[in-house]
Design a protein around this ligand. Structure first.
Ligand SMILES: NC(=O)c1ccc[n+]([C@@H]2O[C@H](COP(=O)([O-])OP(=O)(O)OC[C@H]3O[C@@H](n4cnc5c(N)ncnc54)[C@H](O)[C@@H]3O)[C@@H](O)[C@H]2O)c1
Ligand SMILES: O=C(O)C[C@H](O)C(=O)O
Ligand SMILES: [Mg+2]
Length: 645
């Protein structure tokens, strides 16, 4: 018989694909206070090679944690055993300071040896839980709560206490947790941010900080930040200007970077550029925590952003900056300014474009058409802001990649804003990015008339106008083509242009449906179940960020995003496509991020943009990326100064 720990390993390391991601990521689980994740000295590695892992320490463990299992594991289990070794985390703090540090705390999971070693004895209740017991207990309380916002608060409390446990809950229960820590609940969390504020997370930069930012970044306690998500709060989801309350968005996106993208939590930094707000309610709210003055605009605004970008690059030269939820009046301009000189991208423009491309490639496949027929589709994009034009640009680029001419590609698009179809008549008023998509005729035509006349095969909603796709419009779509592809992408759920139920009902179950916020499958009166997908940039940004930072990319190129979209599209199994699901199941998101990261690194290497990949790493990029991905589990902790041997 195997020892109890070997039995655990046997189940942990055998079987499905998601387990193999965990397995490969074991060694990358260490959070260190030094700049390199693998910097523990060799001597220390040997010394701690017999340390038990938290898996050995089940509540009812019978053996001393120092005891070596008597039973030799079966052949095939050895690999798991070897990989179960975790180099210890060396930290400078001790005692109660460990318990109050969410990066180090294991709560009740500190083992007896550690309790002595780290001066925790007496500071914790007697019984020792392992991470699984902690998760079980957490889930019981969480599931008992009666609203998603309460669940969000409970999860954020855990985030603030114990990051390892928080991220493990996300990794193990992604489908259940993503809507709670991210879209759609994060929208409400942002709206209520000031009234519910408990403890700060991330950094704020405002007008008063001009001239100090390069010094301020040294206030952040972590020396080696890899990813920053920054917003100025001007367009939070489809909820408009939420000012500094928008902090929930970078926090939520970065939680996914860690849990879904395998970036260690001490390497991420959420940021709000608090440049005021034009939201009247917030300006009058006595509890609003942001700068209560009108938004900074014009050169002053751009100078502030510039100082911020310089400051973060000064301290963390290779940091990736993800621009998030900036109003479209500034989003493209900021991207154009920084895209070639900083490692950065705009998630709403580029990440959304790549994600939507992947979903459409899947949908086209699901219809039994050639994926290379993108330029033969008639694509109606409703909403001509950051997301709408970002999507158009990525799809246009993909059509050229597929061999269509520029004219053929342009002819595929019908883009509408609130004034109707965008035609050449108003070309003088359009942004340079929108101009190429203006139609020669029918300027101002309503979406219903566009549906009647042009019979779009694909309709994408990015307006933040909930319910815009009404029955008349959707029925018109269904009358025009056999199986319309309908993606109401606006967030949160109340802003979706139509619900899944409406889309299936009004198309008699014929459409392929994907939405920005998650919708449950729909059971129709015919007793059949119709499946939905979530088309959200969360499928792309963690993998792009992981790949770009691991290879030390000089910049995020458009082609990297195209490659990421293709990699994502390849992750959808045929059986999912057969039932109309065009994105991989959310529980597979770590596998997706891994695949995208590998594809991004390959592209960066091809394009001469990768600065950090050694010849050895390049031999097996799959293994390299898997090894580098953070996986949340408790690692043995030792005091830094006691380990010098
Ligand atoms: N699913 C995703 O991954 C994803 C990604 C990015 C954005 N989004 C969502 O897309 C929405 C839009 O984001 P954005 O950054 O492009 O915002 P934006 O403000 O830049 O753009 C909104 C666009 O909608 C147009 N519009 C408004 N009312 C309209 C109407 N009645 N008919 C037609 N067009 C109308 C506006 O003219 C504008 O062009 C938001 O709800 C956001 O949450 C979703
Ligand atoms: O945040 C999301 O859920 C997606 C997207 O970035 C958005 O702004 O809506
Ligand atoms: Mg966004």
């Amino acid at each position: 018989m195997l020892s109890s720990s070997a039995r655990v390993l046997a189940t942990r390391y055998r079987g499905n694909a998601s387990n193999s991601w965990k397995r490969n990521s074991q060694k990358a689980a260490v959070v260190t206070t030094s700049s390199s994740p693998t910097s523990s000295p060799v001597a220390a590695t040997r010394f701690f090679a017999t340390l038990p892992t938290e898996e050995d320490d089940a509540m009812d463990v019978k053996v001393s944690p120092w005891e070596v299992p008597e039973q030799v594991p079966d052949e095939g289990e050895w690999e798991g055993c070897r990989r179960n070794f975790m180099s210890p985390l060396q930290i400078s703090v001790r005692g109660s300071d460990i318990l109050t540090n969410p990066l180090y705390s294991k709560g009740t999971a500190f083992k007896n040896g550690e309790r002595d070693r780290l001066r925790l004895r007496g500071l914790l209740p007697h019984r020792i839980m392992n991470i699984h017991k902690q998760i079980d207990r957490f889930l019981i309380t969480l599931r008992d709560l009666d609203s998603n916002i309460r669940k969000n608060i409970m999860l954020e409390d855990l985030h603030d206490r114990n990051e390892t446990l928080y991220h493990r809950v996300l990794v193990d229960h992604m489908e259940e947790m993503a809507p709670l820590i991210y879209t759609p609940t994060v929208g409400q969390a942002c709206q209520e941010h000031s009234s519910r504020f408990r403890r700060p997370r991330g950094m704020y930069f405002s007008e008063e900080d001009r001239g100090h930012m390069a010094a301020m970044v040294y206030n952040w306690p972590q020396p080696d930040v890899h990813v920053i998500v920054v917003t100025d709060g001007s367009r939070i989801l489809g909820l408009g200007d939420l000012g500094a309350n928008g902090m929930g968005i970078p926090v939520g996106k970065l939680s996914l970077y860690c849990a879904a993208g395998g970036i260690a939590p001490h390497r991420v930094l959420p940021v709000v550029l608090d440049v005021g707000t034009d939201n009247k309610e917030l300006l009058e709210d006595e509890f609003y925590l942001g700068a209560q003055k009108p938004r900074l605009r014009g050169p002053e605004y751009y100078h502030l952003v510039d100082e911020f970008m310089e400051a973060v690059r000064y301290r963390w030269p290779n940091v990736l900056v993800q621009f998030e939820d900036f109003d479209s009046s500034v989003a493209q301009r900021l991207l154009d300014k920084y895209r070639n000189e900083h490692l950065c991208f705009n998630d709403d423009i580029q990440g959304t474009g790549a994600t939507t491309l992947a979903g459409l490639l899947g949908a086209i496949r699901a219809k039994g058409e050639e994926v290379t027929s993108l330029g033969d589709q008639r694509i109606l994009i409703v909403g001509a802001g950051s997301a709408g034009i970002g999507i158009a640009q990525v799809l246009y680029g993909a059509m050229l990649e597929q061999g269509y001419t520029e004219q053929q590609a342009k002819d595929s698009f019908f883009i509408c804003d609130q004034h109707g179809l965008i035609g050449e008549e108003r070309v003088g008023k359009l942004t340079p990015e929108t101009k190429p998509f203006a139609r020669a005729e029918d300027d101002g035509m309503s979406i219903v008339d566009v549906a009647k006349k042009h019979k779009p095969t694909i309709v994408l909603g990015v307006t933040a106008v909930g319910g815009l796709f009404n029955e008349e419009f959707v029925r018109e779509l269904a009358a025009g083509v056999e199986r319309p592809i309908i993606f109401p992408l606006s967030n949160p759920t109340v802003k979706a242009e139509c619900t899944a139920e409406q889309a299936f009902e009004w198309t008699d179950g014929k459409c392929i449906f994907a939405s920005g916020s998650p919708f449950d499958p729909v059971e129709m009166v015919d007793g059949k179940t119709y499946y939905t997908s979530q088309c959200n940039n969360m499928y792309v940004f963690p993998g792009v960020g992981l790949g770009a930072t691991l290879c030390g990319a000089k910049k995020v190129s458009d082609r990297m995003l195209y490659i990421a979209a293709k990699a994502l599209a390849e992750c959808v199994p045929e059986e999912d496509l057969a039932r109309g699901q065009v994105f991989p199941h959310i529980s597979k998101i770590r596998m997706v991020s891994h695949k995208i990261a590998v594809a991004v690194i390959e592209e960066a290497m091809r394009d001469g943009l990768a600065t950090k990949i050694s010849a050895e790493d390049a031999k097996d990029l799959n293994e390299f990326v898997a090894r580098k991905m953070y996986y949340p589990e408790y690692v043995p902790i030792v005091e830094k100064r006691t380990i010098t041997i």
